[in-house]
Design a protein. Sequence first.
Length: 166
Amino acid sequence: MGGFLTTNYTLHYPEKVNKLVLLAPAATFAKIKPGFFTYVFPAILFSKDFLIKRAYNWFFHNLHAGDEKLFHQFSAGYRHCRPVSSIVPTVFRDEELARLDVPVLLLIGEHEVIYDARVALENAKKTCKTIQAHMIPDSSHCLTVENSKLVNKLMVDFLMQDPLAM
C-alpha cells in the first residue's frame, strides 16, 4: 500500500518529490486480483496461525515457505497490526500517471501475486514517461527479501543518478 500512497502523494505534491521508488506497489498500474482479498483479509481479521501461514505462502508465491525465521517476523506483523486506513488502492487513470514528471523506478517481481506483473509493467511504461521499470526474476510481492542484492543495486544506482541527466 506504501507505493500506492506515495504515488498519490507525488501526484498531489510533485514539488516535494525529487525521485520516486516503487516496489511492487498495490494496484497503481494494474488491478488487484481477488486472491489478495481471499488470502490477506482473513489473516488480518482473525489472526489464526493457519490463515497467516496461508497468506505468507501466497505473498511469497511459496518461494520461502520453509523459512521459519522470516515467517515468524511476518506472523508478528499480522498478529499485532490493525488496519487504520479506509483507503483501498486502485489503479490510477492514464492521465494521472502521465502527470508524474519526476524520475520513477518501478520494481515488480516476476511472480507478483497481487496483480499481473506484465500488465503493470506495460501500463507503467505506456503512461509514465519518466519511468525505469524492471521485472525482478525469482521474486514475488516480497522482492526485497527474495532478490535483495538486485533490488538494492537497482535502487542505489537509480538514487545516485543525477535527476537532470535522466
